[in-house]
Design a protein around this ligand. Structure first.
Ligand code: CA
Length: 232
């Protein structure tokens, strides 16, 4: 599945190499040469993942990582630090600043792509093509199909994304605002009651096999998907 990756790297050759490889893999790429430009891009569009070089002109990558982690809007963005340093202390500093992973230059494009996939799988499984199943419900992002107890279910595009998000984050209560940010996209101006409309449609789509009961309304808070992945 395509996701938006922000590359913050001041060395043009490395930035280009990364951007080309991400493009080949089907990702949308945003590029910044320094922390300031990165923050400007992030304020306009929240990326799904950030590749952040440690040594940047002006504010360091480490400094930006700390800032991103301190801000509620950007706190959960998966973050991989890129660096020429191989010292153990730098790695510790990077991880303490909130990086999810750390890649030491020089790295091969293959290694980079594998790390990105691993971080996305861990931090944002709804952005991967991994099949999710449980409680007789199967969602396959690659084929865009949903089935319940082996029976195909017709799920609209927004409901599909909503269901994917729920299945990737089971048992967690999400407010309407959180669902809007994470499923519709940050900076998309949609009224919160739109969420209720799509929740109703999702329940209706899951009704034929009784899986609508997995979508729970949590009074005063939002919605929860009650589900244990892997349990068929
Ligand atoms: Ca650099």
């Amino acid at each position: 599945m395509s996701s938006t990756v922000l590359v913050v790297e001041d060395e043009p050759a490395i930035q280009e190499l990364i951007a080309v490889n991400l493009g080949f893999a089907g990702h949308k790429v945003l590029r910044a040469d320094d922390a300031e430009q990165a923050q400007f891009l992030i304020s306009a569009e929240l990326p799904d993942l950030i590749l952040l070089d440690w040594m940047l002109p002006g504010a360091s990558g480490l400094n930006l990582a700390r800032k991103l982690r301190a801000d509620e809007r950007t706190r959960d963005i998966p973050l991989i630090m890129l660096t020429a340093k191989g010292e153990e202390q730098d790695k510790v500093d990077g991880l303490e600043a909130g990086a999810d992973d750390y890649i030491t230059k020089p790295f091969s494009p293959k290694e980079l792509m594998a790390r990105i996939k691993a971080v996305l799988r861990r931090r944002a499984p709804q952005l991967t093509d991994d099949r999710i199943e449980g409680a007789g419900l199967v969602l396959d992002p690659a084929t865009h199909r949903v089935s319940g107890n082996g029976q195909g279910l017709t799920v609209g595009p927004t409901e599909f994304r909503l269901l994917h998000y729920f299945m990737a984050h089971p048992e967690r209560v999400f407010s309407r605002g959180q669902l809007l940010d994470n499923v519709w996209g940050d900076h998309v101006f949609v009224e919160e009651r739109t969420v209720d409309v799509h929740i109703r449609r999702l329940r209706k789509a899951l009704e034929p096999t009784g899986h609508d009961r997995l979508v729970e309304t949590v009074r005063g808070s939002g919605y929860r998907f009650t589900f244990r992945p892997g349990q068929v």
